[in-house]
Design a protein around this ligand. Structure first.
Ligand code: GDP
Length: 366
């Protein structure tokens, strides 16, 4: 059975990649995520996007529609089942989340304000991503702020640039090359993505730059397609779906009527109601039965009737709210494990607690 399972795992059976948007405050992270969501709504696709706990899920069909115009020329065969984007809070008080985010994601968008260049938190995020070997693309955002920019709503960025006058292009070129230099100062080689050579694509340390506007949407298709390409071409091994549970606590929250709940990002494997889950707290490990697995309702109308949808079982990758007893002191950023029929509970406890030391080390080095 085990062998059959392994054999069934092929390049075509991938889980969706987990994407995190990082960068300095006010660079446009929230707007970019909104834009990706809204572009779809305007196309009249009610489905295709699901709000999960702490994350937004984009179905494959959505990714295909959203990148259709650009893909007329790129002709990329998208095989990913979808994409899960973590909803990082806009507030930078969540320093922890930034460092957590970078360790649990597969690929990142680092947002830079083209008008401001590299700022402090962007540099910090950059080094976190580098330390963890997470591939990323840089969005050179607010390209629409270049002098006398002509809006080309939601267009692929090269089409939009063709419409601009010489002065605008000159400003764009000069600001992009400033950003490139600043990245170089941080030890990062980069280039506008369509000017990268084959060698640059081969070099896993080389970073593609994508000019974007989170307001008018130019370049958003480009960034989506690029993320899909990176995930499919470079990350397929780590994206092969497997049944072993890999899950991380995103947040611990008290909810009216539910008590203390834990928002969990399930990267791989299953979580089931009734599972004996092991969590990490500062006071030691806790073992508790999963009493509920919840996700938000698919539409607003349903939101009136019920706050959440209950699941018997969830499969990674997705974000889910877990209810159970004794979750008050669970630490965000640590792993969740389940005690299987052949497991020694003490081994699982030890494994979960090993995270705490890792997390503390990370926080002190970040
Ligand atoms: P965050 O703190 O990184 O999440 O940044 P926000 O998404 O909240 O954006 C910060 C500010 O920049 C807001 O006033 C946005 O309207 C503005 N902004 C974000 N992206 C763009 C863009 O592409 N073009 C322009 N002109 N403004 C933008």
């Amino acid at each position: 059975q085990e062998k059959a399972n392994l054999a069934a795992r092929t390049r075509d059976d991938l889980r969706c990649p987990i994407v995190v948007i990082m960068g300095h405050v006010d660079t446009g992270k929230t707007k970019l995520l909104d834009k990706i969501r809204k572009t779809n709504v305007q196309e009249g696709e009610a489905g295709g996007i699901t709000q999960q706990i702490g994350a937004t899920y984009f179905e494959k069909s959505t990714l295909v529609t959203q990148t259709a115009r650009l893909n007329e020329t790129e002709k990329f065969d998208l095989t990913l089942p979808g994409m899960l984007v973590i909803d990082t809070p806009g507030h930078e008080s969540f320093t922890n989340l930034r460092s957590r985010g970078s360790s649990l994601c597969d690929v990142a968008i680092l947002v830079v304000d083209l008008m401001h260049g590299l700022e402090q938190q962007t540099i910090e995020s950059l080094h976190m991503l580098r330390n963890r070997g997470t591939p990323f693309v840089v969005a050179l955002n607010k390209v629409d702020r270049c002098y006398s920019w002509k809006t080309c709503k939601d267009a692929p960025i090269r089409e939009a640039l063709k419409e601009q006058g010489d002065g605008t292009l000159q400003e764009f070129r000069s600001r992009a090359s400033d950003a490139k230099l600043q990245l170089q100062e941080q030890g990062v080689n980069s280039n506008i993505y369509w000017e990268m050579g084959d060698d640059d694509w081969e070099n896993s340390d080389f970073v593609p730059l994508v000019p974007t506007s989170a307001i008018t949407g130019e370049g958003v298709q480009d960034i989506l397609l690029l993320l899909c390409q990176i995930a499919q071409r470079k990350l397929w091994k780590q994206l092969m779906w497997c049944a072993n549970l890999q899950a991380t606590v995103l947040e611990v929250k008290a909810i009216d009527g539910l008590g203390m709940t834990v928002d969990v990002l399930v990267v791989n494997g299953y979580l089931r109601e009734g599972d004996r889950a092991v969590f990490c707290t500062l006071d030691g490990p806790i073992v508790t039965e999963i009493r509920g697995l919840l996700t938000p309702p698919p539409s607003r109308e349903m939101r009136i009737k019920s706050e959440y949808i209950h699941h018997k079982e969830v499969k990674g990758a997705l974000g889910v709210k877990v209810i159970g007893n004794g979750l008050e002191k669970v630490m965000a950023g640590t792993s969740v494990l389940v005690v299987g029929p052949d497991d020694e509970v003490e081994d699982i406890k030890a494994e979960v607690m090993s995270d705490l030391t890792k997390l503390q080390d990370k926080l002190s080095t970040d």
